[in-house]
Design a protein around this ligand. Structure first.
Ligand SMILES: [Zn+2]
Length: 314
């Protein structure tokens, strides 16, 4: 192992679709041997609380006492930066967040997903992917945990998910492994552990959302035996097993009746759509009882666009 220290460098990958692109990364190498923890943010570039947490994390580890190595890539979706693109990579119109495990010969989104899993974080003991709060959404404090059906693997992934002080943990069943998905799904398909955190809102940096991500990574580092101490978690999360994406019932100017994190009963009115005469033209109701994972924040919503996420407990 290298002798300890903090380094910053721009890295590139051999994937054809990534030619010409560089990615700033930080590496903190401890003086003692230990685990490798890889952390990414900025798959969605407006989710600035998670990006800020990644930037702060570079100075959170003391090379003198750290066991192992922490690698941090604060902004994955480099092509989105000048456009402040919501959700997608502007080069291919795809959402990197649902492109894992990716393809070496694919478009940018597929190629960076493959590069992260098979090159940059290939030997990481855990990959943490931090999200939350694109320009038109408020997001609860939650984590996503991919299961595989292997009890020991799944238990370890859940322990990592619980390192975040979550209101809700979304436990994805093994069927998600069959299709492109989040980084935690791509990692699980390779038999590797991951954690996936969501906290933030409307593109702004807020301390409680930054702290959710930042402290969660510290707890993971502690769990991996890399550091001695981390702030204790304060909440007991609700585990949900299904993630419902709720489409808008009508074109409209929406009044929201719930906030991210709220628990709602089946049939609860979540948002009311009016037209420009102030007449009610639609209601979004909870199809089942659950917890609001996130909600759209803009009043203008077109019919059938996804405007809320609902987590449904077992
Ligand atoms: Zn995101």
């Amino acid at each position: 192992m290298q002798h300890g220290g903090l380094t910053r460098r721009d890295i590139s990958f051999d994937h054809p679709a990534l030619a010409g692109w560089t990615f700033p990364v930080f590496e903190v190498v401890g003086k003692k041997a230990g685990a490798h923890l890889a952390v990414i943010a900025g798959v969605h570039v407006n989710e600035t609380s998670s990006i800020e947490a990644a930037i702060r994390l570079q100075r959170a580890f003391d090379p003198e006492t750290l066991c192992g190595k922490v690698s941090i890539m604060p902004i994955v979706n480099q092509p989105a930066i000048p456009h402040r693109s919501q959700y997608v990579c502007p080069l291919d119109g795809k959402n990197i967040n649902f492109s894992f495990p990716g393809r070496a010969d694919g478009t940018f989104s597929e190629a960076i997903a493959d590069a992260l899993l098979t090159v940059w974080a290939a030997d990481a003991d855990c990959l943490v992917d931090m999200h939350g709060g694109d320009l038109c959404e408020n997001v609860a404090h939650f984590t996503v945990c991919q299961t595989t059906g292997d009890a020991a693997f799944d238990e370890r992934n859940m322990e990592l998910a619980k390192c975040f002080d979550s209101e809700i943990i979304v436990r994805l069943d093994p069927s998600h492994l069959a299709a492109p998905g989040r980084s935690c799904t791509g990692r699980a398909g390779r038999g590797q552990h991951a954690a996936f955190s969501e906290a933030g809102r409307i593109g702004i940096m807020e301390e409680d959302n930054i702290a959710f991500h930042f402290e969660g990574v510290l707890r993971i580092a502690k769990k991996l035996g890399m550091i001695d101490a981390a702030p204790p978690p304060r909440r007991e999360p609700v585990i949900v097993s299904r993630y419902l994406w709720l489409p808008a019932p009508a074109d409209g100017f929406y009044r929201y009746r719930v906030e991210a994190g709220d628990r709602v009963a089946a049939g609860t009115v979540l948002a009311i759509a009016e037209n420009t005469f102030g007449e009610v033209v639609g209601e979004l109701r909870a199809p089942e009882s659950g917890l609001v994972l996130w909600r759209f924040t803009h009043a203008l919503v077109m019919a059938d666009s996804l405007m809320m996420g609902l987590g449904v407990p077992d």
